[in-house]
Design a protein around this ligand. Structure first.
Ligand code: UDP
Ligand code: MG
Length: 320
């Protein structure tokens, strides 16, 4: 058997409606390369028929491998597991819902042949996604950029090609709350963007509800920036300064004038503002401490229930 050249990592969570089409389109594209490839599906604890369908494919097609997680660990962890198990000289991560067109993989491979180590797909348009999702995502990427020191490309998801050496470096980064696209930027090497228009989901619904989007953005921010923590310090200094000026004014009024200040409403406003602010800062510190706690527990990132892969056919049959 020839060594695997291309590994395609596909995280899947309840994708029974689209998985057949995805398998066929990916197979068509990868066959056209004429090289040995593997389709490495990571089933992230689906409750529907996704796993059964993929087990079948893994029995029929020796290019298919399935990692079946013991439960839902999340998209970023599923990608990480795929990278850990991938054997190819090149690893491509792609969503299962065909929002990322498989045909673009060929262009990525061209760039790789020109000597690039990371080819990431940058979205120029996002079709069929809600106004809310598009705009919050765009804002998030810009906020993240303003807060971090490393260059994390704008409007870029996890659809990308990695050279074997980049993938090997990624495996050394064992942090628990992962923002994979940030980690790839952090690793460095020769990176290039490939622009594309993001299609609609071919079937089914988004598996990224608001809660998961928030978790992902907080992981991105906290893993790559301390600035939110510093916000407390800066605001504290500014408020102390204002407080000091106000103190002088109050003292002046008290000592040199007869004005008695009836200030109930202003007191309430100040009280509400500051206690709100204090809670926000405490929450922010909590986000960091929770993540430090995760690191301290040092649990494995994921648990694989079973892997499915056809055994390679032996070259020599047993003698009777
Ligand atoms: N996914 C996953 N685990 C999850 C959520 C999503 O493996 O907990 C997979 C999903 O099957 C898909 C990819 O991650 O292949 C991206 O998810 P989705 O398309 O739902 O996200 P969106 O494009 O809506 O942001
Ligand atoms: Mg999608």
């Amino acid at each position: 058997m020839s060594a695997i050249k291309y590994s395609i990592v596909i995280p899947v969570y309840n994708e029974e409606e689209v998985i057949h089409t995805t398998y066929h389109r990916l197979t068509e594209v990868m066959k056209s390369t004429g090289e040995a490839y593997e389709l490495l599906f990571v089933n992230d604890g689906s409750h529907d028929k996704t796993a059964d369908i993929l087990i079948q494919y893994s029995q029929q097609d020796s290019s298919v491998m399935l990692l079946d997680f013991a439960r839902n660990f999340g998209h970023q962890i599923a990608i990480t597991a795929g990278m850990d198990y991938a054997k190819g000289d090149v690893v491509v991560v792609i969503d299962a819902d065909l929002q990322d067109p498989p045909e673009l993989i060929l262009q990525m491979i061209d760039k790789w042949k020109q000597g690039y180590d990371v080819v990431y797909a940058k979205r120029t348009k996002r079709k069929g996604e809600s106004y809310f999702k598009k705009h919050t995502a765009a804002m998030f990427y810009r906020l993240l950029r303003s807060m971090t020191d490393i260059e994390i490309p704008l409007d870029t998801g996890d659809f990308r090609l990695l050279d074997r050496k980049v993938c090997d470096q990624m495996k050394l980064l064992q942090e628990k709350n992962r923002f994979v696209r940030g980690l790839v930027s952090w690793v460095g090497f020769k990176q290039i963007a490939l622009e594309y228009e993001r299609d609609e989901r071919a079937a089914g619904e988004s598996k990224y509800p608001l809660k998961k989007m928030l978790k992902l953005s907080l992981d991105g921010l906290t893993s790559f920036s301390y600035k939110p923590l510093k916000l407390a310090t800066y605001t504290g200094v500014a408020l102390s300064f204002i407080g000091f000026v106000y103190l002088i004014i109050v003292l002046y009024l008290k000592l040199f004038t007869d004005n008695t200040i009836a200030g109930w409403s202003s007191l309430i406003v100040i009280q509400l503002l500051f206690s709100g602010f204090t809670l926000v800062i405490l929450g922010m510190i909590g986000e960091y401490i929770g993540r430090i706690y995760d690191e301290a527990k040092n649990r494995p990132l994921y648990i694989v229930r079973k892997t499915y892969k056809q055994q390679p056919i032996r070259k020599f049959a047993h003698r009777e």
